[in-house]
Ligand binder design. Structure first.
Ligand code: NAP
Length: 258
């Protein structure tokens, strides 16, 4: 590892948006720790692919909702790659529900991953980043948090809104130590999460409907989000903190305007 190489931890880096982020950061030269929770195969395949291209990548299993596992993830990344300079809190879960179908256990799961995961991972990296006087933390929230109106995302949106206020408050707490904290709010991006259990025909219909809700006339790709994360996690972004960057193709269906 060269002295100016960044070391990035991407939670949920094995699939979807996280995979694109890990690929983008490895492509620019960062050493990358690809975290996953339940499925080792996609994480291991990605790491093999990145290392074959000359990157330094490792895969580490950890449930970010568990504080001890979050600590272990950071310790293992540091031992194998060097002190982390970038944390991308991307791991997330979405369980669709409305007021009618509300399920407390599902909301609890989303809270533990989407909110506690951000807290646990930030706490796990903060002492080292503070000591070294440098860090870039990027939280992947959602445009649901700022008022898009897709039915079924109500409680998920609430957890992502929590992630946004944590972003701003953590930025305030860590800024003087050279650590920036920002959030990216993706719009509708084609991944396993948005595919869910839909048939191909249902999915095609959903893609068409979501495309019509954007100003740019298309749905998003994971690489669209990775490009935004790349900027916010770069050394050049040192004067940008506590910000929320919405990357959603200009969504038209807001119930409020941020
Ligand atoms: P995805 O395809 O479902 O992938 C989720 C990733 O998170 C997987 O790598 C998964 O690993 C990991 N993960 C899940 N629970 C975890 C846990 N407890 N600890 C560690 N890793 C965990 O999701 P995605 O669509 O790429 O979404 C990525 C992020 O973007 C999420 O925060 C999501 O809420 C947000 N987002 C997505 C969209 C969209 O349209 N797709 C829109 C707005 C925001 P395993 O497979 O090993 O469990």
């Amino acid at each position: 590892m060269s002295s100016d190489q960044q070391v990035a931890i991407v939670t949920g880096g094995s699939r979807g948006i996280g995979r694109a982020i890990a690929t983008e950061l490895a492509g620019r030269g960062d050493a990358v720790c690809v975290n996953y929770n339940a499925r080792p195969a996609p994480a291991e395949a990605l790491v093999e692919e990145l290392n074959a291209k000359g990157a330094s990548a490792i895969a580490v299993r950890a449930d970010v909702a568990d504080p001890a596992e979050a600590e272990n993830l950071v310790a293992e990344a540091e031992a194998r790659l060097g002190p982390p300079t970038v944390l991308v809190n991307n791991a997330g879960v979405s369980v669709p529900a409305t007021l009618e179908t509300y399920d407390e256990a599902a909301l609890d799961l989303m809270r533990r991953v989407n909110v506690n995961g951000v807290i646990n991972m930030t706490r796990a990296v903060m002492d080292g980043m503070r000591e070294r006087g440098y860090g870039r933390i990027v939280n992947v929230a959602s445009n649901a948090a700022i008022g898009t109106a897709l039915p079924g995302t109500t409680f998920y949106a609430a957890t992502k809104a929590e992630a946004l206020i944590l972003t701003k408050r953590f930025a305030m707490e860590l800024g003087r130590a050279g650590v920036t904290v920002n959030a990216v709010c993706p719009g509708w991006i084609v991944t396993d999460m948005t595919r869910g259990t839909m048939t191909e025909a249902e999915f095609a219909e959903r893609v068409s409907g979501m495309r019509d809700r954007t100003m740019v006339g298309r749905v998003g790709a994971p690489a669209d989000i990775a490009a935004a994360v790349a900027f916010l996690s770069s050394p050049a972004a040192g004067f940008t903190t506590a910000q929320v960057l919405t990357v959603d193709g200009g969504r038209l269906d807001y119930i409020g305007h941020a």
